[in-house]
Design a protein around this ligand. Structure first.
Ligand SMILES: CC(C)(COP(=O)(O)OP(=O)(O)OC[C@H]1O[C@@H](n2cnc3c(N)ncnc32)[C@H](O)[C@@H]1OP(=O)(O)O)[C@@H](O)C(=O)NCCC(=O)NCCS
Length: 196
């Protein structure tokens, strides 16, 4: 999906990086170029877009790129709507039909997936992931590395902590702490989240 956005934006996509020694294979008719060792050698010739859904893994790869001095690309699908006053960090990906409204701030490496809505003045932490059709009312805060499942909603002004998971279809009606899994309508804590 991330490569598709880059192509739709008219960028040249050289291929994929993957640390599972899949060099030579092709995905989406593009080559897998190599892993971190390839990036270390070719770091001055390429920019990197983050195509990993899992938040902690995406954060790890972001930090590797940062350490190597590689430029992280921010990608916005042509059908997404991003307000002029919204701020997007490095390595953010905004997918098809997503909406990011005025004065919202989306920190580095976050994913705003297809059809997700980030209302005005929301604050999305680094490496958070809003799944397709997730909806945030105005002034919502979502902590770093938190994952909102498919079509999860957060009522205006509420805060969700860091590294938390909000289940698909949940409706968050009150603040949610860090490192828990919540689900249901209204969202209730199911369990603590295990350490990485
Ligand atoms: C909520 C969630 C994190 C729970 O995952 P889990 O801890 O592995 O839970 P399980 O699948 O073992 O399910 C445990 C129970 O919760 C229920 N459950 C699972 N997801 C639920 C949800 N979103 N809302 C309500 N109940 C849910 C299951 O039916 C099961 O109930 P049971 O014990 O009565 O059978 C997960 O189901 C979820 O919704 N993840 C988001 C996935 C997503 O949207 N991905 C998008 C990718 S782009």
């Amino acid at each position: 999906m991330v490569a598709d956005i880059a192509l739709a934006r008219g960028m040249t996509v050289a291929g994929f990086l993957d640390d599972r020694a899949l060099e030579g294979q092709r995905v989406f008719d593009l080559p897998i170029l190599g892993g971190p060792a390839w990036l270390e050698v070719c770091r001055s010739e390429v920019s990197v877009a983050l195509g990993i859904g899992e938040n902690r893994a995406r954060c790890r790869i972001y930090k590797l790129c940062e350490r190597l001095g590689v430029t992280l690309v921010t990608l916005i699908h042509p059908t997404a709507t991003v307000a002029a006053s919204a701020q997007l960090g490095a390595g953010v990906v905004v997918m098809a039909q997503a909406v990011i409204n005025p004065d919202a701030r989306v920190a580095n490496g976050a994913i705003i997936n297809s059809g997700a809505i980030v209302e005005h003045d929301c604050e999305i932490g680094a490496f958070a992931h809003l799944s397709p059709n997730a909806t945030l009312g105005g002034n919502v805060r979502v902590g770093a590395l938190t994952h909102l499942g498919l079509a999860a909603s957060v009522l205006p002004g509420k805060a969700v902590g860091e590294e938390t998971v909000v289940g698909a279809g949940a409706v968050v009606t009150s603040d949610v702490p860090s490192r828990v899994v919540v689900a249901g309508v209204p969202a209730r804590i199911q369990r603590q989240r295990e350490e990485p």
